[in-house]
Design a protein around this ligand. Structure first.
Ligand SMILES: *Cc1c(COP(=O)(O)O)cnc(C)c1O
Length: 434
């Protein structure tokens, strides 16, 4: 009988090594990758090439809105690809118009432009600000320290972190950085050339820091006073991740006078296509008497692949599922629960964990500095990367953010039992370190 059992194939180990070798030889080494090679996924689980299963709390960095291999995404891809994949933006088609309507209804009066990534969506906002300020000689955009806005030349200029700019000088002029959640710093930094202020609703790469309600309201007032565009990078924090469609909607809930709050422009990407590469920006109908949503007239801006029938059909289907399954409420409730549990880990493992932060399914667990945790002190890598590696070994995917925070950006349909399973594993790993 024993002979009939399939021997665990050494092939799998070879596949891991083979694929790593292909990357080593043929892929530009611009990413610091973890030593995991994946083959397939289902829902919030993903399998490596040796057949080992992982619980995915990283969601492909906030991209896999409905998890892996969601049957309705597959269906939308198959159905739409049988009809029409691409026609170019020389023509009209149903899916782009219908998706634009759905997204605008989620934010406020305005229009959509479709593109392919977060950086490209932000580039659109930079051009919008320049176009808006052009006739008055204004072009400057203020952004936040520790922000992240993408890896294009404009994106690294806008990003408030030196590490993304280093070696790529000269940096595109027209961006300056001010401390986040500090209204006075923005006021002090304004110059006659300033045209816009750009912030993330919740800083993601910078370590899961939500904008405060006072900051958002204050920025809106300041922008109104000085005729500036208020731009929000919602690439990571948008699309229901906070437990509302947009994080500013969640942050401003119940704040007196915030009912009519709207930014002037907003970029999105990551979860929008659930893994199908899509970006977009929303622009407000009107600001300061300027018909903002029509500033980009024919010939002013474009992109070949933006808003294809295929991409838009997928994004529409994701919105259908989110609505039908009540995932907005789910993210909010489960996210609040998860955050409370993460906070309680600081009480349970005070020598390792210092706290939790974030909203909905955009959460961070704060660790003490590596030097202060004996079990991590010998390894040179920051506490966040070491923790993420240990969680890999235990079968959970999370994402480091800075040197002391690990991020949880799970699929919006992560079920409560899976969240509990992940927490248990996290607790076991923490127990091993404490
Ligand atoms: C990921 C991210 C971007 C860049 O998006 P890409 O699709 O990688 O170009 C921009 N802004 C924020 C806030 C992000 O999280």
């Amino acid at each position: 009988m024993r002979d009939l059992l399939p021997t665990p194939p050494p092939l799998h180990q070879n596949e891991h090594a083979e694929i790593r070798e292909l990357f080593r030889r043929f892929v530009v080494p611009s990413y610091g990758r973890f030593d995991l090679v994946f083959s397939h996924g289902a829902g919030s689980y993903v399998w490596d090439v040796s057949g080992r299963r992982y619980l995915d709390f990283g969601g492909g960095i906030a991209v896999c809105a409905l998890g892996h291999a969601h049957p309705e995404i597959t269906e939308a891809l198959v159905e739409q690809s049988r009809r029409l994949v691409h026609v170019s933006n020389l023509y009209f088609h149903g899916p782009q118009g219908r998706l634009a309507e759905r997204l605008v209804r989620g934010i406020g009066p305005g229009k959509m432009f479709f593109c392919n990534s977060g950086a490209e969506a932000n580039e659109g906002l930079f051009k919008l600000a320049r176009r808006f300020g052009h006739d008055e000689g204004r072009f400057e955009i203020l952004t936040a320290v520790n922000s992240f806005h993408g890896r294009t030349l404009g994106g690294i200029a806008a990003t408030g972190q030196d590490k993304v700019k280093k070696g790529f000088e000269p940096i595109i002029p027209g961006f300056r950085h001010v401390p986040f959640n500090d209204l006075e710093a923005v006021r002090q930094a304004l110059s006659p050339a300033t045209a816009a202020v750009l912030i993330e609703g919740i800083q993601g790469e910078g370590g899961i820091t939500p904008a405060t309600a006072e900051y958002l309201m204050g920025l809106r007032r300041l922008c109104d006073e000085r005729r500036l565009l208020l731009l929000v990078d919602a690439v990571q924090c948008g699309h229901f991740r906070s437990g509302r469609f947009q994080s500013f909607q969640r942050i401003l809930e119940g704040i007196p006078g915030a009912e009519g709050f709207l930014p002037d422009g907003l970029s999105m990407a990551k979860s929008l296509g659930g893994g199908f590469p899509m970006g977009a920006f929303w622009v407000r109908s009107e600001a300061y008497g300027v018909p903002l949503a029509d500033l980009f007239g024919p010939g002013t801006h474009g992109t070949t692949f933006g808003g294809t029938p295929l991409g838009c059909a997928v994004a529409l289907r994701i919105l259908d599922v989110i609505e039908r399954e009540g995932l907005e409420r789910h993210v909010r409730d489960t996210g609040d629960w998860l955050k409370a549990r993460l906070e309680s880990l600081a009480g349970e493992f005070p020598t390792v964990v210092s706290g939790a932060r974030g909203l909905g399914f955009m959460l961070g667990l704060e660790l003490h500095p590596r030097e202060r945790i004996p079990a991590l002190a010998k390894d040179e890598r920051p506490a966040s990367s070491q923790m993420v590696s240990r969680l890999h070994e235990a079968g959970v995917l999370t994402i480091p953010s800075g040197s002391q925070i690990i991020r949880f950006l799970p699929a919006l349909n992560l079920a409560r039992p899976q969240a509990e399973e992940g927490l248990e594993i996290l607790r076991t790993v923490l127990r091993g370190i404490a």
